[in-house]
Write a protein that binds this ligand. Structure first.
Ligand code: COA
Length: 162
């Protein structure tokens, strides 16, 4: 297992991991499979310089983490939002923790001061992973999502990076 910064050559493999979460989980509130080149906008912030890391095994992408702008309003320029996805079959092996530490370091190097995650409120694995890394729960948005025939809450977690 290794972690490295992503390149454009990884885009399809990253979307393949993401599409599993789209079709099988409530970890993302996307409901439509993403494909290239239609959804190149998924990588918009990466192409602006925001970090994105891939987790690989035998040179194959098995997970990714990225940070993107929280808002395009300039006063938010030092606040970013995190996403992390690891393929099923590779969970609970410590990879998420390692990948998170890597992207948090990269976000700090990219001069970000605050990092936020919006986490579906029953997605325990992600909530626990964030807590272990010092994220604090700062609020819950009630019933803001509807997927797989049910309403979903979102927990917002925050960490100060400096
Ligand atoms: C969330 C996710 C990235 C965690 O990655 P992972 O590699 O399985 O996590 P790790 O093995 O590094 O676990 C680190 C810690 O997180 C917590 N954790 C991970 N999975 C957990 C689970 N199923 N239940 C409870 N806690 C869990 C534990 O505290 C764990 O430490 P421990 O194993 O020493 O107890 C992974 O489950 C995933 O990709 N899930 C689907 C997508 C998703 O939910 N992304 C987050 C969107 S906000």
């Amino acid at each position: 297992m290794s972690i490295r910064p992503a390149t454009q050559e990884d885009y399809q493999a990253i979307l393949d991991v993401y599409n599993w979460a789209v079709s099988d989980t409530v970890a993302t509130f996307d409901t439509e499979i993403k494909s290239l080149p239609i959804h190149l906008s998924f990588f918009k912030d990466f192409e602006l310089g925001y970090p994105m890391h891939v987790l690989t095994q035998d040179k194959k992408v098995i997970g990714f983490a990225l940070v993107k702008a929280f808002s395009d309003r300039k006063a938010y320029a030092r606040t970013c939002e995190l996403a992390i996805y690891i393929k099923p079959g590779f969970h609970r092996k410590g990879y998420g923790m390692t990948l998170m530490k890597s992207i948090l370091g990269a976000a700090k190097d990219f001069n970000q001061k605050v990092i936020l995650s919006k986490i579906e409120s029953e997605t325990v694995a992600s909530l626990e992973l964030h807590r272990k890394l010092g994220f604090e729960e700062v609020g819950t948005l009630k019933r803001v999502g509807y997927k797989f025939d049910r309403w979903l809450d979102v927990t917002i977690m925050q960490k100060l990076l400096s």
